[in-house]
Write a protein that binds this ligand. Structure first.
Ligand SMILES: Nc1nc2c(ncn2[C@@H]2O[C@H](COP(=O)(O)OP(=O)(O)OP(=O)(O)O)[C@@H](O)[C@H]2O)c(=O)[nH]1
Length: 199
C-alpha cells in the first residue's frame, strides 16, 4: 500500500543566489525575474515520489536573515538545499560555513542536504566550475545539481525529490536504530531483575 509522508525542507544560501526563483520554478515551472528579497515564505507541495504521497513544506529563507532566525529554520527542517550562484564565487565560499552551521545545530544527527549551483544559464559569467561543485559535494558526501531557475535546465524537481528520498531513508534508519536501542534497554532491565531474583 502507498505510504504518506511529510518532509520539511529549508533552502539556504547567500542573498541573491536564486533561492526564491528555484522554489518558484519547482512549484510553477515558471521564472519570475524579481522577488522581495527580505521575504521568507513557506510553501506546501504534494508529489508522488516512488509511489508514496509526500507532502513537502518548502521554506524559502531570506539570504539576509539574522542568526536567531536562521537557527530556528535549521531546527525546523528535516533536509536542506544549500544553494550557490555559479557566477558568484563568494556564494560558493559560503557553502561550507552553512554546512558547519547545520552540523552544529543538528548534532548529533547527520544532516541531510543537497548542494545546488544555480544560474547555469550564465555560463559566460561563470566563477565556479562544475568540477569545483562536484568536488565539494564529494567532500561533503551529498548530491550535487547544477541548474538554472531561469531556463529550467538541470532537473530542479529531481533535486528536490532526491532530497525528500534521502530525508525519508535517514528517518527510517534512525527510527530503526532508536527502536533497536529501546528494545536493548528493556532486555537489559529484565536481565538485571532476573539476576537480582536468582541471587
Ligand atoms: N540568469 C539567472 N538569473 C537568476 C536565476 N535565478 C535567479 N536569478 C536572478 O537572481 C536575482 C536573485 O534571485 P532571488 O530568487 O530573489 O534570490 P534569493 O536567493 O531568493 O535572494 P534573497 O531573497 O535576497 O535571499 C533575481 O534578479 C533573479 O531574477 C537563474 O537561474 N538565472
Amino acid at each position: 500500500m502507498a505510504k504518506t509522508a511529510e518532509v520539511k525542507i529549508a533552502i539556504l544560501g547567500r542573498a541573491g543566489v536564486g533561492k526564491s526563483a528555484l522554489v518558484v520554478r519547482f512549484l510553477t515551472k515558471r521564472f519570475i525575474w524579481e522577488y522581495d528579497p527580505t521575504l521568507e515564505s513557506t510553501y506546501r507541495h504534494q508529489a508522488t515520489i516512488d509511489d508514496d504521497l509526500v507532502t513537502m513544506e518548502l521554506l524559502d529563507t531570506a539570504g539576509q536573515e539574522d542568526t536567531i532566525q536562521r537557527e530556528g529554520h535549521v531546527r525546523w527542517a528535516d533536509g536542506f538545499a544549500i544553494v550557490y550562484d555559479i557566477t558568484d564565487k563568494g556564494s560558493f565560499d559560503e557553502v561550507l560555513p552553512f554546512k558547519n552551521l547545520l552540523d552544529e545545530i543538528k548534532k548529533p544527527k547527520n544532516v541531510t542536504f543537497i548542494l545546488v549551483g544555480n544560474k547555469a544559464d550564465l555560463d559566460h559569467c561563470r566563477q565556479v566550475s562544475t568540477e569545483e561543485g562536484e568536488k565539494l559535494a564529494t567532500e561533503l558526501a551529498c548530491a550535487f545539481y547544477e541548474c538554472s531557475a531561469c531556463t529550467g535546465e538541470g532537473n530542479i524537481s529531481e533535486a528536490f525529490y532526491e532530497l525528500c528520498r534521502e530525508v525519508r531513508r535517514r528517518k527510517m534508519v534512525q527510527g530503526k536504530t532508536r527502536r533497536r536501542s529501546s528494545t536493548t534497554h528493556v532486555k537489559q532491565a529484565i536481565n538485571k531483575m532476573l539476576t537480582k531474583i536468582s541471587s
